[in-house]
Design a protein. Structure first.
Length: 368
């Protein structure tokens, strides 16, 4: 049996069902609405689940990769594909990419097919009108297995009444990346990588921490989002035009260059009602690049930096603590690079996508 065929969908078809079982055998059906080339952490995770799990078990992928504009069309089309697969006896286990697709579990349950779902965090906390009612009807206590990407997510589910035995904690993995081992260059560089939204904390950091750091330290911010204009105003207000650069949305090669150029990666997240940080994949990407991480001590970031080798957790929104930690680490940049090498060694040994997929495969095998 061959691995999942990842060919892009063609024509006007909203997605593709891509089986790796050409003889019509039963397979895991994986349905996801977040898939490359659209970009984001959920998209990367979905692609890796499909690719790595498909290399281990027969898998049929049904995915939507064109943003959210046609989601109702995709759900209707996926429902028809799934029902056809169920009627033909092709579905061994159904795995849904997130709780938004919970409606698709109905025909599988009626057919007696086990159903699992991947839970990220925001997908159970999103405060949109009517969405909590949708979750109560189709998501809570409706699944045989809930894959939780962090302890934060698992604790939210258990606190809402899901039996712990049905909550499988499986962290995302990270791609192996080249790591620069060149001596640190001047000036010292910090990096914030992520969407420019309140929970990522970039605006708080620029307004509160950067003005108090020595003027030799510069900051690169990679990402795009609704807070860009506010960041531009803050940079001008605090006279940081020579010290803070907004790179916008960049491709993977430029992201790798920004990681290689920095001394220290930062995740100064803030708590935002209805918008939690489910995991924090950027922390593992930085570690794999040989960079130490400072992150806020909250939500899924505690799992992303669960081992001290990867980085240090700091109190959320505690500017003096962040200023002191940055000054301490940049005070010996050679030692900081040693920390980065240790972070990469840990990530290589413990944070592989194949290990994640193996955990998925074993838990799904136990369902049926």
């Amino acid at each position: 049996m061959r691995p999942t065929d990842r060919r892009a969908s063609a024509g006007l078809e909203p997605s593709a069902a891509e089986p790796c079982d050409p003889n019509g055998l039963q397979s895991i059906w994986y349905v996801t609405r977040k898939f490359p080339p659209s970009r984001g952490g959920m998209q990367r995770l979905s692609a890796r689940i499909a690719g790595e799990l498909g290399a281990l078990r027969p898998l049929t992928l049904v995915r939507w990769n064109r943003g959210q504009w046609g989601l109702p069309l995709f759900v209707a089309w996926a429902l028809l594909r799934l029902c056809a697969g169920l009627l033909r006896g092709r579905v061994r286990v159904l795995l849904l990419g997130d709780p938004v697709l919970s409606l698709l579990a109905l025909p599988a349950r009626w057919a007696g097919v086990p159903v699992a779902v991947v839970v990220h965090g925001l997908d159970i906390a999103y405060p949109h009108r009517g969405y909590p009612a949708y979750l109560r009807r189709f998501f809570w206590s409706r699944f045989d297995l809930y894959f939780c990407i962090s302890r934060y997510v698992r604790d939210r589910l258990v606190g809402a009444g899901i039996e712990p035995a049905r909550c499988a904690l499986v962290h995302p993995g990270v791609d192996a990346m080249d790591a620069s081992d060149a001596p640190p260059a001047d000036p010292p560089r910090l990096l914030i990588l992520g969407r420019l939204v309140p929970r990522k904390g970039a605006l708080w950091f620029v307004e509160t921490v950067m003005p108090a750091l020595p003027p030799a330290i510069v900051l690169d911010i990679v990402g795009e989002g609704p807070q860009r204009a506010a960041l531009e105003r803050a940079i001008a207000q605090y006279g940081l035009g020579e010290r803070v650069r907004l790179w916008g949305d960049v491709d993977e090669s430029e992201k790798a260059r920004r990681l290689a150029a920095c001394d220290l990666a930062l995740m100064p997240n803030r708590r935002v009602d209805g918008d939690p940080e489910g995991f924090g994949l950027v922390a593992l990407e930085a570690a794999m690049s040989g960079r130490y991480v400072l992150a806020a001590d909250l939500e899924g970031l505690r799992d992303a930096l669960s081992d001290p080798a990867l980085g240090r957790l700091l109190p959320e929104a505690d500017a003096p603590a962040w200023i002191a930690a940055i000054a301490d680490l940049l005070g010996d940049r050679a030692a900081l690079r040693e920390r980065g090498r240790a972070a990469r060694a840990h990530a290589l040994a413990h944070c592989s996508w194949r290990g994640m997929a193996q955990a998925y495969a074993e838990r799904l095998d136990a369902l049926g």
